[in-house]
Design a protein around this ligand. Sequence first.
Ligand SMILES: Cc1cc2nc3c(=O)[nH]c(=O)nc-3n(C[C@H](O)[C@H](O)[C@H](O)COP(=O)(O)OP(=O)(O)OC[C@H]3O[C@@H](n4cnc5c(N)ncnc54)[C@H](O)[C@@H]3O)c2cc1C
Length: 430
Amino acid sequence: MRRVIYDVIVVGAGPAGSTAARECAARGLKTLIVDKAAFPRDKPCGGGLMVRTAREMNLDITPVVERTISTARMVRRSGRVDSVTSDVPLCLMTQRLRLDAFLVERAQEAGASLREKTAIRGIEQGIDLAEIASDSEPLSARVVIGADGANGTTARMAGMRPDMMQAVALEANIRPAGGVPPDWETAGGVYSIGCPGGYGWIFPKGDHLNVGVAGWAHVAPTLRRRLHELTATYGFAPSSLQTTRGHHIPFRRAGSPLVSGRIMLVGDAGGLADPLTGDGIYSAVVSGRAASVSAFEFLAGETPDLCGYQRSMESGLAASVQVAMQVHDLVHLGMDQFFWSVARVPVLWRACRAIARGDVTYRSAKEKLGPYGPVIDLGANLVRVVPWLQRRTGRTEKIPPERFWQDRNGSSGARPRPTRLGRDGSGRRR
Ligand SMILES: Cc1cc2nc3c(=O)[nH]c(=O)nc-3n(C[C@H](O)[C@H](O)[C@H](O)COP(=O)(O)OP(=O)(O)OC[C@H]3O[C@@H](n4cnc5c(N)ncnc54)[C@H](O)[C@@H]3O)c2cc1C
């Protein structure tokens, strides 16, 4: 039997993979998505989509939106609540079980083929093709998009060495007897949990509440206790938590590779999530779309290689994610004070709302600050060099201030050494 050669094989059918596949197929590329799971499949996730994500999807996702959030309730460690309400939606609540299946169907509608229950086991790059070993027969493609998520292996199989920091998040559902309490029908909550670099959330879904906590990898052993404590503050018994699940969220360091030969990494596989909010679906969609453009241009002979994808990420999404990391560090110096300020300083609230809605990115918001923008650099660099400030952000590894080793495009000049996870799961260098 003759082997089918695909223009593009997408490994993983989460939001990054299905978006990349949909856009590749829509551009007329012969596209196959391969996923080890069968759809619909669930993924540990809060399922909150900021409006910027829905806008970037370029697709009507109304059928899988269970609630629309216009109020952000920010709860300080003391239990005091700072609340802000927008006259336009801020966030859309979905369940990954439904959202991901919906996005895969849209990719198929656009012409992509789907192979489920098939794990990718190895990748060999040749001169014209990438050869992929899978659970079923061998596959061949001119371009491979690695969209296999936080635990993905495409990068390693392709000989790439991504340089990531690891966060972890734990989530569960509560099904109140009377359904979602009226207080939470259009409000999402974010909680200061007294854990350096960490936070908690409560998201209302159609018939239940999704609750969770997140932090850097070294706090993983404490997350279950923190989730129980938080659940009690909502007025529910920890025993009411259902399907408690945890997962990594990787965050790339500047310069971490996104392209190797015929292979591009998108979404969590590339470590592109937003470190301030833990929102990874937006980055998954943005990077999936960008990868499809680079695949098309390369296959059409318009570009000699796929490096345009790395460049477009470094100057766009990844540069914005780095500003988000700076803001993360500053916010975590005083999360309670940040909540207080968002509710009382109109320009700060307007900036948060504009970022959530995709009117600006972190980077363009910082640029709009004009001469005050470097104050963010200064503050973030201070956090990096003053150990007790750094501890407040939950960061444990020694990292040089960004400006000392970054070039103007946001990519690194001298690459920092890759970090290995310590025995305690921390990102400390050894
Ligand atoms: C607890 C928690 C809560 C979160 N809450 C939010 C939130 O509210 N909003 C938000 O925007 N983000 C949230 N995130 C982040 C978000 O879940 C991820 O950033 C997002 O899922 C990344 O999408 P992806 O397509 O890159 O990867 P994934 O969604 O992880 O998809 C990867 C796919 O690849 C497949 N795969 C893996 N390996 C292979 C292989 N070898 N062969 C074939 N297939 C393979 C998997 O089966 C999977 O379907 C949360 C994360 C966690 C852990």
